[in-house]
Ligand binder design. Structure first.
Ligand SMILES: Cc1cc2nc3c(=O)[nH]c(=O)nc-3n(C[C@H](O)[C@H](O)[C@H](O)COP(=O)(O)OP(=O)(O)OC[C@H]3O[C@@H](n4cnc5c(N)ncnc54)[C@H](O)[C@@H]3O)c2cc1C
Length: 446
């Protein structure tokens, strides 16, 4: 590789805090809030202009059920429930409950403002438009994270760091082992489209018949109403197969290809939809939605087996009931595996039902994520939260949804505050104390 040497320089320390969270999706904001609620001083770095990650910049507006698989027992509370309540008070969320497709849909623009409010109310120091670039190590500890923003380059010091960058940028650069799995789930560029559903025709049928003529993949996705906007759909119909969004060149190609595919969808509808009601592109996601990139090693790797059998952990910090949902890395289709032993394979030519195990009189109704998936023994003052936490392909397919990852943020923030307060390695935080603090802060701990 062609190289150039950067001259050494002395940098300003922009902030010195108990906890520094890098990445400001709901995962990162919730980590920051939970740490602040325990009295920690907190700095929150986000490379974009607003908080929320895929939920806001990616337009992904669905938070799945907060109840178990039977939709009876509440298993998720904490900041996810708080934020839903805050949005409901503004008519900025809609709940569809009581059936097998229970979920909450969000007005993701209102969510941005709500997250600003949470950051302000908790006296967190935010740095927007600020990229966390590189950790500086002292021995095995991270002393500071180098950042770049409009002021140039600087450093943020903290006692404990939480990597909530989705891709695990900081953890990997700090030497935490991690990898990009073969066969990544593809990223998707989302958009809001007016008059997406043509009168008297099904989008799915039109897509199946005409996608190739518009340079679209043989795999369509889903679309959803937007709360308060009956004629506008949030459309997640594109797939950029084979793209690793943790690679700069691949990410660039994927962003442009995703937008090209959105235009293909619009053009397909213009050509074959209702000529009296042509579709209008209302909003493009400001970044492509990443499903999967790096997965980090940790003290424990969560397995599909543990998820599907609902294994309970003494250090459980999150509960989930969302199915194992793996999008095919090439060609399209997705496979669901449920805790009741059934499967559903959906592809462009239909759906096939099956089983991954024989029926049993009782089924687990939720699974858990242990604290051990959020840290690696080699870095005593680093936690990670979000989609990079340690999980195999199947377990990742289940835990990757936001109601689950939000809880990993809350746990990482709580553990970071406890570790900072006690001067402890994150691996030495007492799981019983962590679980108690989470429960005291409104999380459902089972
Ligand atoms: C199209 C699509 C549909 C989906 N559908 C659903 C769904 O219906 N429901 C659901 O719950 N989940 C869904 N998911 C999955 C879910 O959205 C993601 O798994 C989840 O949002 C990931 O959260 P995260 O916090 O780990 O990462 P992200 O949301 O990616 O957040 C990472 C944040 O860190 C910031 N960042 C990254 N690097 C740096 C850095 N170096 N310095 C500073 N900031 C940085 C980013 O800007 C971003 O704000 C979907 C995903 C996609 C792509």
């Amino acid at each position: 590789m062609n190289t150039i040497r950067e001259p050494a320089q002395t940098l300003p320390v922009l902030a010195d805090a108990d906890v520094c969270v890098i990445g400001g999706s709901c995962t990162g904001v919730f980590a920051a809030v939970r740490a602040a609620r325990l009295g920690a001083s907190v700095v929150l770095l986000e490379r974009a202009n607003a908080f929320g990650g895929v939920a806001t910049h990616g337009l992904v507006l669905i938070w799945h059920s907060l109840r178990d698989t039977e939709f009876k027992r509440p298993i998720i509370g904490g900041l996810t429930a708080e934020v839903i309540d805050r949005l409901l008070r503004r008519d900025a969320a809609a709940i569809n409950e009581g059936n097998s497709n229970s979920y909450c849909s969000l007005n993701t623009e209102e969510l941005k403002i709500e997250l600003d409010g949470l950051v302000r109310e908790h006296r967190i120091t935010p740095l927007l438009h600020t990229l966390g670039c590189r950790p500086l190590l002292q021995g095995d500890r991270i002393d500071a994270v180098l950042v770049e923003n409009k002021d140039g380059r600087g450093a943020v010091r903290a006692r404990v760091f939480v990597d909530a960058t989705g891709d695990g940028d900081i953890a990997v650069r700090a030497g935490v082992p991690g990898r990009v799995r073969d066969g990544l789930q593809p990223p998707t560029t989302c958009a809001k489209i007016w008059r997406f559903h043509p009168e008297g025709k099904r989008f799915g049928d039109l897509y199946k018949a005409h996608h190739a003529a518009f340079g679209l993949e043989p795999d369509s996705g889903w679309d959803s109403p937007v709360p308060g906007l009956p004629d506008i759909r949030m459309v997640a119909q594109t797939h950029v197969f084979g793209a690793n969004v943790a690679d700069a060149a691949a990410l660039t190609r994927a962003e442009m290809e995703g937008r090209r595919q959105i235009r293909g969808v619009i053009d397909l509808l213009r050509a074959h939809g209702d000529p009296a009601r042509p579709p209008v592109l209302v909003q493009l996601a400001s970044c492509i939605g990443a499903r999967e990139s790096r997965i980090l090693d940790a003290a424990h790797r969560l397995t599909e087996e543990e998820v599907l059998h609902g294994i309970r952990f003494p250090d459980a910090i999150a509960n989930g009931s969302y199915r194992v949902d793996v999008h095919a890395p090439q060609g399209g289709g997705f496979l669901f595996k449920y805790l009741d032993g059934t499967t559903l394979f959906a592809h462009n030519n239909g759906c096939e039902q099956g089983r991954w195990r024989e029926p049993t009189p009782e089924n687990p109704t939720f699974y858990q994520i242990p604290y051990r998936c959020l840290h690696h023994p080699s870095r005593p003052n680093l936690l990670f939260a979000g989609r990079m936490i340690s999980a195999d392909r199947g377990a990742f397919g289940a835990i990757r949804v936001m109601v689950n990852l939000n809880q990993t943020g809350e746990a990482a923030g709580t553990a970071a505050a406890l570790a900072a307060r006690g001067g402890l390695p994150v691996g030495a935080v007492d799981p019983a104390l962590l679980r108690r603090q989470l429960a005291d802060g409104g999380s459902i701990i089972l």
